[in-house]
Write a protein that binds this ligand. Structure first.
Ligand code: AMP
Length: 222
């Protein structure tokens, strides 16, 4: 069995979490979101959690060494042995370089999303407090107001999904994370998927991503 180690790259609000959570069952590999790892640590109110909250609340990246350590712990779990879909990592060249020494990425999917869609998405995003399912007040509404369709959990708006922090996160993405596109292009790992229409349903983008993955999995002709 070939391992499937995929990175989804794209600005905050590109839909990485939404698409990854839908891809995980068909691909049979777990969705690993470093944002979720960070939020779990904060929720557990550990000493580390309290420290990283100061970065996360402002939309700033937490230090590379801490992020890599937290992620490496997660990847050692048995469910990651056949691969994973990484969402939110790497976010800096340094993270990518260190990660190259830990694991071998097979494919990087870059979600091309214009800023106006990002701002619309993030300012209307709702997340389930219990199971993490993502909704959108405009495009992906829950059946009942503020209640998760899947687990009846309460929906909330993330603290970093407010206009000022959204703009800061986008600036950080352009400055620190976007250079990774060139980094992975040079390694011949990069595939682009365009998502430039707010009305396109997530299923359609998921299908586009699956097509890219299927192409990658096809054995190359001799
Ligand atoms: P996300 O849910 O991916 O938007 O991540 C939420 C927050 O967690 C970010 O704003 C950062 O503070 C932190 N975070 C998530 N992934 C990383 C990463 N790879 N490197 C540094 N900080 C991260």
């Amino acid at each position: 069995m070939i391992t499937l180690k995929i990175v989804l790259i794209g600005p905050p609000g590109a839909g990485k979490g939404t698409y990854a959570s839908r891809l995980t069952s068909t691909l049979g590999v777990p969705h690993i979101s470093t944002g979720d790892i960070v939020r779990e640590e904060i929720k557990a109110q550990t000493k580390l959690g309290k420290m990283i909250k100061t970065y996360s609340d402002k939309g700033e990246l937490i230090p590379d060494e801490i992020m890599i350590k937290l992620l490496a712990e997660k990847l050692r779990k048995p469910d990651c042995k056949n691969g994973f879909i990484l969402d939110g990592f790497p976010r800096t060249i340094k993270q990518a370089e260190v990660f190259d020494r830990i694991s071998k990425i097979n494919l990087v999917i870059n979600l091309n999303v214009p800023d106006y869609i990002i701002i619309q998405r993030l300012s209307n995003r709702l997340v389930c407090r219990r199971c993490g399912t993502i909704y959108n007040k405009l495009t992906l509404k829950p059946k009942r107001d503020n209640v998760c369709d899947k687990c009846d959990g309460e929906l909330y708006q993330r603290k970093d999904d407010n206009p000022k922090v959204i703009q800061d996160r986008l600036n950080i993405y352009r400055k620190k994370t976007e250079p990774l596109i060139e980094y992975y292009k040079k390694k011949n790992l990069l595939k682009n998927v365009r998502c430039d229409d707010l009305k396109i349903p997530p299923e359609e983008i998921v299908e586009k991503i699956k097509t890219v993955i299927n192409q990658f999995q096809k054995p190359s002709k001799p």
